[in-house]
Design a protein. Structure first.
Length: 328
């Protein structure tokens, strides 16, 4: 979307270009001087300002990416994230996406940025590169699809080639089926039905481990449920908040250890959100409580799938996206 007001658009274009350049220069400096706390604090300020400017002027996609960018920098500052070449590459691609979004807001030329994927990659998800795109290259306006039908078909093709590389095939099949249905198409190859008839890849084979995982996970989930209800009425109860963080962390560790990686990802994101509340970086709002509740419901389904082998059709990508604040 383009900013309508000419004066605001010009100010936004100039200030955003300066902030993006400062982020670019700062990342280059940080690669050579990873222990420089001043440059890290400066990068966080620039990302925070970009987030505020984008949200204030209705360029919410920029606000979302800048927010996740700022979060990653904050995790580095707190020692929760290690600086690595992979992390710098992800930050650089996030920076490229923000430039494209700014360009679209200032010119009206579609940037073709898939914000969900940009944010997911900043979170550390492994993405298969889109076959038809290179480095999120900006598509010229005269080459943009000319009809809604083309847009829908292209979006489906891109999503099919870009979805999480490590997601189980059952989830990929469900996602492709949902998108096809949304575009008025029917799945004709029977792949989804075939995958659902098979035992889930998330199933824990070992009987003893499966039984232990079921009982401990249900205890953690019940504690999270009870704790969240308590926290809604008593948002300043730090002891309950600490307990919730421990339960989410334990769920993450247990599930990751037993190969139920998707449950670990959701538990990790819930732990992160609770950490923001604890550090007073996010208010415990009704919206956040709803998102946490939806995330916990998804975790319950994944525990059921891991302990029974019955596919639950949980689209982990959408669960994570909603937890991050994206509209379902």
């Amino acid at each position: 979307m383009m900013i309508d007001d000419i004066e605001l658009r010009d100010i936004f274009k100039t200030s955003s270009a300066e902030r993006l350049q400062a982020l670019d220069d700062g990342l280059l400096h940080l690669e050579k001087h990873p222990d420089d706390p001043e440059i890290l604090a400066s990068l966080m300020r620039e990302a925070h300002s970009l987030k505020g400017d984008g949200n204030m002027l209705g360029v919410t996609d920029l606000g979302k990416v800048a927010h996740q960018f700022e979060h990653v920098l904050g995790a580095i500052k707190r020692g929760e994230q290690t600086l690595s070449s992979d992390l710098f590459d992800r930050l650089a691609r996030g920076l490229t996406a923000m430039r494209q979004i700014v360009h679209e807001a200032a010119t009206g030329e579609p940037a073709q940025v898939k914000v969900f994927y940009v944010m997911a990659e900043l979170m550390g998800a492994e993405l298969a590169p889109p076959a038809a795109e290179a480095d999120n290259a900006l598509v010229p306006a005269d080459e943009a699809p000319q009809s809604a039908a083309c847009d829908a078909a292209d979006a489906t093709d891109d999503i099919a080639s870009s979805i999480f590389a490590e997601l189980p095939q059952s989830v990929v099949a469900d996602l492709e089926g949902d998108l096809s249905a949304a575009n008025g198409k029917e799945a004709t190859n029977g792949a989804i039905a075939l995958e659902q008839a098979k035992r889930s890849d998330r199933y824990i084979d070992d009987d003893e481990l499966r039984s232990l995982f079921k009982s401990t996970s249900e205890e953690h989930l019940q504690a999270l449920d009870d704790g969240l209800l308590h926290l809604e009425k008593h948002p300043d109860d730090q002891d309950v908040l600490e307990a919730l963080l421990r339960d989410a962390h334990s769920l993450k560790g247990d599930s990751t250890m037993l190969g139920v990686g998707d449950l670990g990802k959701i538990a990790h994101q819930i732990e992160h959100l609770l950490g923001l509340v604890k550090r007073n970086e996010a208010p415990l709002s009704a919206d956040l409580c709803d998102r946490l509740a939806h995330g916990m419901a998804a975790m319950k389904q994944l525990v059921h799938e891991a302990t029974t082998g019955e596919p639950t059709n949980v689209n982990v990508f959408y669960v994570l996206a909603e937890l991050m604040g994206a509209s379902p």
